[in-house]
Write a protein that binds this ligand. Structure first.
Ligand code: SAM
Length: 272
């Protein structure tokens, strides 16, 4: 069946981005890509996606702005508190038996998931022996994650989530507030390596005990999800943990045979 012109234009744009910038969005969910490219087309005031492609290829700075449209940056401290409660109550007691722990927060965006885990690990006495890897493909998001500074307005939901997640103190114990912003990095100082890493093109870089990759795979198609699951399997130690987002699942993927359900409701799995 002949493909529609918008569909051809979308395919060509993603191919062009891959060839020129090595960012591979070709196996992202088509529906979400179409929506995101449409937003970018309107933003750059282009009448067609082909025109947008021309600007992405030939105008400096357009691609880095495009990255903001192509990647969804929504995040929140202790997002889905029951997930963090399950990590605290069920996963942490097992991690506590290890002399040293490595945690990979894949697709960390602006860092809220990382800082939530850092607080949780601090409260459970694991900080000194834990190394976090926080990775993403969006350099601006990584910079925010590393700075660990958020507007105080974001702390209202964060504080509520923290309590629901089983927080033992007050969230305000973990940040330094000044001029309408809260800095976690200045107060907490966990060991974190921030790095540009793509689940679509890069390979395994370390052996870890917990992978937390939430609300990233939802944007991938089935093949790309399978690629990510293989990476997670290859980086996890035996019986290591994988935590996904509330709308993500290992079920119906090629990786089901590599993992056991650990907490089915919270999408936490354990490597076989
Ligand atoms: C919706 S945010 C999720 C943030 C955080 N994990 C959470 O649940 O709050 C999705 C993140 O995935 C990142 N991302 C998209 N494609 C990626 C890829 N191929 N490899 C790594 N990260 C990716 C985006 O840049 C974005 O920061």
């Amino acid at each position: 069946m002949p493909r529609s012109t918008p569909d051809i234009e979308l395919t060509l744009l993603l191919e062009a981005i891959y060839l020129k910038y090595q960012h591979d969005f070709r196996d992202y969910s088509r529906v979400s890509m179409r929506r995101r490219i449409e937003q970018a087309r309107a933003h750059f005031d282009c009448s067609t996606v082909s025109q947008l492609q021309d600007r992405v290829l030939n105008e400096e700075g357009v691609f880095s702005q495009m990255l903001g449209f192509l990647t969804v940056q929504v995040s929140e401290l202790f997002r889905d508190p029951s997930y963090f409660r399950a990590i605290r109550e069920k996963v942490v007691p097992i991690l506590q038996t290890y002399p040293s722990i490595k945690v990979w927060v894949a697709g960390c965006s602006s860092g809220e998931e990382l800082w939530s885990l850092a607080i949780l690990f601090e409260e459970e006495g694991l900080s000194a022996r834990t190394l976090f890897y926080a990775t993403d493909i969006n350099p601006e998001a990584l910079r925010t994650a590393q700075a660990g500074i958020y507007p105080t307005a974001a702390l209202v939901a964060g504080s509520r989530n923290y309590v629901e997640a089983g927080g033992k103190r007050s969230l305000s114990d973990y940040y330094h507030a000044a001029y309408g912003s809260a800095s976690f990095a200045r107060s907490l100082q966990p060991q974190v390596v921030f790095a540009d890493h793509s689940l679509a093109t890069d390979s395994v870089f370390s052996e870890v005990h917990l992978v937390s990759c939430r609300n990233v795979l939802i944007y991938f198609n089935h093949e790309l999800q399978n690629r990510a699951f293989s990476l997670f399997r290859d980086s996890l130690v035996r019986r290591g943990f994988l935590g996904l987002g509330s709308k993500e699942s290992l079920r119906f993927s090629a990786a089901t045979a590599d993992f056991d359900d650990f907490d089915r409701n919270e999408r936490i799995y354990q490597r076989r």
